[in-house]
Design a binder for this molecule. Structure first.
Ligand code: MG
Length: 216
């Protein structure tokens, strides 16, 4: 049961489905986030230097001062307001998913304030990504469990953040967890993934891992 009431309402509005379930994160999975965010920062006079696997500490203002945590949060919020002008589909998506689209239920689960739902949905629609979208401000695990609804069919989840994959493992121990991250330079800075997570280097290997996990 998701502890985010708005997430719960969004999930309840999605038609019941008994097919295997595939849940996809959006930023860095369906859409490029880091590349466009870095380019936008530059247009605003900031520089992103990928020194560590984080946003905080890696963004510098025009004077070369590191942006504070509050400033970084404000920049991300501003970016999500104009995301449609910058974000693009991740390489290899959606053609990698096409073979699964009829035999699995595919849902997009994005961890962002609900206020950005409309902008994100409009962006995805403009890119012909028409899978149902769910936003959450809480952990992803309970949301994926609610989407699965105890159906007698497997579930796979693809995300670029280990903490989201771990959250789903806690709520749904049988879920297949697949790591995918569009931005290669940042992915190289990522700490090793916890055991039990499938590391996919690109969309075609992620889709293949999902296909196997879902028995399709
Ligand atoms: Mg992401």
């Amino acid at each position: 049961m998701s502890d985010d009431p708005q997430t719960r309402r969004q999930i309840e509005a999605i038609a019941n489905d008994h097919r295997p379930l595939l849940v996809l994160d959006v930023d860095e999975v369906v859409l490029e986030f880091l590349g466009p965010f870095m380019r936008w920062l530059q247009s605003e006079g900031y520089t992103f230097r990928p020194l560590t696997f984080a946003l905080n500490g890696n963004i510098f203002d025009a004077k070369g001062e590191v942006a504070s945590k509050t400033e970084v949060e404000a920049l991300v919020t501003r970016f999500f307001d104009i995301q449609h002008e910058w974000q693009v589909l991740a390489d290899g998506f959606p053609e990698a998913l096409e073979p699964l689209a009829d035999s699995a239920q595919i849902v997009l689960l994005t961890a962002m304030p609900h206020q950005h739902f409309e902008a994100r949905e409009a962006l995805l629609t403009s890119l012909s990504v028409l899978y149902p979208l769910v936003t959450t401000e809480k952990a992803k695990g309970p949301a994926v469990a609610l989407l699965h609804g105890g159906r007698d069919a497997p579930v796979a989840f693809i995300d670029d953040m280990a903490y989201n994959l771990i959250s789903v493992a806690k709520s749904l121990p049988d879920a297949t967890l697949i790591h995918l991250m569009a931005h290669r330079q940042m992915r190289e800075l990522m700490p090793p993934l916890p055991q039990g997570i499938v590391a996919a280097s690109d969309w075609s290997s992620a889709a293949e891992a999902a296909r196997k996990a879902l028995g399709l």
